[in-house]
Design a protein around this ligand. Structure first.
Ligand SMILES: C[S@@+](CC[C@H](N)C(=O)[O-])C[C@H]1O[C@@H](n2cnc3c(N)ncnc32)[C@H](O)[C@@H]1O
Length: 249
């Protein structure tokens, strides 16, 4: 994988998350509700791209005895402790920070923690921002998923994002859809491809050209999950895909 300028996290992410947290509250709640349906097989978690855990659920983290927070951002462990330290102390969960590229170094991480559950926390859809090449991002993600065979893992990641018009958001936008990864792509209520994209865009007032984060093929065929709207800024929205390749309620 190429080492390119990081546009995914860092100070800009932390400031945004701090300022926009109220706006993101519903998305954070939807992620927490979905996480509550997962049944991680291990009490050790590799949390890749966890950053400060701005969108992460305390209750879900408290399930684990040990969490290895893996991020390329050196600020991550300090801010993560500010956001989740109290909850982790209450549950006796140990937090260990590993400052590394968790995608390039995934095989080494998996070998060092053969029993751990792995969670990619809004990082796989960001990979294209690091490599600046859609084909390479897709190939890298395919390799990442190939390494995970036989492991208990999940991810929440961007699938699409783009400009939105707040005036076009319906009065009661549907923010969550049950989704299945089929051989032909993502399927929601029988909708696929363009019909699905139009349905999703209509819910968030999407307009103009949207970006495909090349993550539609990340989960193995048959994986169910949720598409969760993320009204990132008033004029820019994302759809996140939350999926678990392991036991669910
Ligand atoms: C969109 S932020 C999400 C942060 C986090 N999930 C949260 O809720 O605050 C993406 C994070 O992934 C990290 N990141 C991006 N690529 C990474 C990689 N290859 N390995 C480890 N961390 C990575 C960034 O530094 C950033 O902290």
């Amino acid at each position: 994988m190429s080492a390119v300028r990081d546009l995914t996290g860092g100070l800009r992410w932390h400031l945004r998350a701090l300022l926009l947290r109220r706006r993101w509250r519903q998305t954070i709640t939807h992620i927490a509700e979905w996480l509550a349906t997962t049944r991680p097989a291990s009490q050790t978690l590799l949390l890749i791209g966890g950053s400060a855990g701005w969108m992460m659920s305390d209750v879900w983290l408290q399930r684990f005895k040990q969490i290895h927070l893996i991020d390329i951002d050196p600020l991550a462990p300090h801010l993560f402790r500010l956001n989740h330290g109290r909850a982790l102390r209450a549950s006796g969960t140990q937090l260990n920070f590993i400052h590394m590229d968790g995608l390039a170094g995934l095989d080494a991480l998996l070998a060092a923690h053969p029993e751990a559950t792995i969670f990619f926390d809004n990082v796989l859809g960001q990979h294209v921002y690091r490599v600046h090449d859609f084909d390479q991002a897709e190939a890298d993600l395919k390799r990442v998923v190939g390494s995970l065979q036989g492991r208990d893992w999940g991810s929440v990641h961007d699938v699409f994002s783009g400009p939105s018009d707040p005036m076009k958001v319906p009065p009661q936008p549907q923010q969550v859809f049950e989704v299945t990864r089929t051989a032909e792509g993502l399927s929601v209520e029988g909708l696929r491809d363009t019909a699905l994209h139009l349905r999703l865009l209509a819910q968030v007032g999407g307009k103009d050209e949207w970006m495909d984060h090349v993550t539609s093929g990340v989960f193995p065929v048959g994986t169910t999950g949720r598409l969760i709207a993320w009204p990132f800024r008033p004029e820019y929205a994302h759809w996140l895909y939350a999926g678990w390749h392991g036991s669910l309620d």
